[in-house]
Design a protein around this ligand. Structure first.
Ligand code: ZN
Length: 462
């Protein structure tokens, strides 16, 4: 999050008043039971998600999976390593920032996202925004979650804002893992040069056409979600998005407060100025926790939410795991709820090849084909490949699924240490870019000498 002494974005504050007025008007219309009137009451420059409010209590249980905090921490561990290898920081214009972008992009690409790196210039250096689109959903209605990925130059920036970046990343990866099919289009963003005054996100918003701006139903911002002495703050700029998060926390008996410490100081501001409804979460920076807050949230009264804010001690040790995990779950809850989708269960159509195919010892790859027909459209994002291989040392084997397009999806790497026998497993593959009908192949190669085996059979479940 941007320091208070930094260059505050003037329009952000002006437009905030507009947004609050608009929200108030929409809410009033809703309370009066004139939901359709709300549309007239809301200036076009500051849309809100009043329609969500009008429908009554926002559903927070839309099938969002729990987000494993260990996964979020694994990303943060990587960001710490990146800082360690790059003069202790991940700041704009420094090598640690670009390495951070490369790390996040690599994870998203492998999971099936369509990623774009957008360049801009700030303070004489090239900056980078990373945008990831999940294929599918109605692109006229975009649900967008983002966080800034840059640190200040003073330190590794693990809470500010590795935490938000890792939480959003793991939620995006959960979308892929779940084979989630949202009704709305999902987009995720990691912003550069936020600490210079939201330069990256401002650049992104500036480049959007007015038509594209109007397609973003909600922008959710996460800038610091793992503060070591945490508070649970919800952005109060849009009534619908505010109540979505407040209801989520209330259902877990966690008290929240409306955030003001972050007003105009993070990447929601450029979106808000462009009339896009914004929401978000925040666990506190250098404001001091009061006795009342310590009573309801735990932690230490009289101490900053993050005493290492913008300091060299904002390291992997500067995190509260409970806040990090809870807020990551809340991000998933909001993304699932707002995008209103389903995880389409598999049709259950099974195609199987039970023919034995011998795998030559330390030899070339062999393949076993399955011809799929009668399935309309593309393969699912969670195509199940059931593999049955007999082998006396399975670590010798690499196993790939090859789609009708010829693209190979790695199911299993070789591993010299894995001395167990046989591969008996069902793998989930995001094959949503493949046409379902056609010839699929299981490709197996034995890359080490001595042990031998054969494909005993395999199957695909659509
Ligand atoms: Zn910051």
């Amino acid at each position: 999050m941007l320091e208070l002494t930094g260059p505050l974005n003037g329009p952000a504050r002006r437009s905030r008043a507009v947004a609050l007025l608009a929200t108030g008007a929409a809410l009033t219309a809703t309370l009066l039971g004139t939901a359709s009137g709300a549309a007239h009451a809301v200036p076009t420059t500051a849309r809100t998600t009043a329609a969500t409010v009008a429908k009554g209590p926002v559903k927070t249980k839309a099938g969002a999976p729990a987000i494993p905090v260990a996964n979020v921490k694994a990303h943060l561990n990587q960001l710490q390593s990146i800082a360690n290898a790059n003069n202790g920081n991940r700041a704009h214009g420094r090598s640690g920032y670009k390495a951070s972008v490369d790390y996040v992009k690599g994870k998203l690409d492998a999971a099936g996202f369509t990623t774009t790196v957008q360049q801009f210039s700030a303070n004489g250096s090239t900056g980078y925004n990373l945008i990831a689109d999940w294929p599918g959903g109605d692109t006229d209605h975009v649900v967008f979650a983002g966080s800034h990925l840059d640190s200040v130059s003073a330190g590794p920036g693990i809470n500010d804002n590795g935490s938000g970046s890792a939480g959003v990343l793991e939620v995006a990866l959960a979308v892929a893992r779940e084979g989630y099919k949202p009704d709305k289009h999902l987009r995720f963003g990691w912003w550069g040069a936020e600490e210079l005054g939201m330069v990256g996100s401002q650049n992104y918003v500036d480049k959007l056409s007015s038509a594209d701006r109007s397609k973003i139903d909600a922008y959710l911002n996460f800038d610091m979600i793992g503060s070591p002495n945490p508070g649970y703050y919800v952005y109060g700029y849009d009534a619908g998005l505010q109540s979505l998060f407040e209801n989520w926390f209330a259902a877990k008996n966690i008290a929240t407060e409306v955030d003001h410490e972050g007003d105009g100081r993070s990447d929601h501001a450029p979106f808000q100025n462009a009339g896009i409804p914004v929401g978000g979460l925040f666990s506190g920076a250098d404001y001091i926790k009061t006795a009342d807050q310590a009573q309801k949230w735990g932690g230490t009264a009289g101490r900053a939410f993050d005493a290492c804010y913008h300091r060299s001690c904002d390291t992997y040790a500067n995190l509260n795991d409970t806040a990090l995990g809870t807020n990551s779950d809340a991000i998933a809850g909001a993304v699932w709820s707002l995008s209103g989708g389903t995880t389409t269960p598999p049709s259950g159509k099974v195609f199987e090849n039970k023919a034995r195919v011998d795998i030559p010892d330390a030899g070339p790859a062999i393949e076993s084909p399955i011809t799929v027909s009668g399935v309309t459209g593309n393969a699912p994002a969670a195509l199940k490949a059931g593999v049955d291989i007999k082998h006396t040392y399975r670590g010798d084997l690499t196993v790939d699924l090859v789609g009708p397009s010829g693209r190979a999806y790695r199911l299993k790497d070789s591993s010299a240490n894995d001395s167990a026998a046989d591969v008996n497993a069902t793998f989930s593959v995001n094959a949503s870019s493949e046409t379902a009908n056609g010839t699929w192949k299981l490709r197996v190669q034995d890359v080490a000498a001595q042990d031998v085996g054969y494909i005993n059979g395999w199957k695909l479940t659509f």
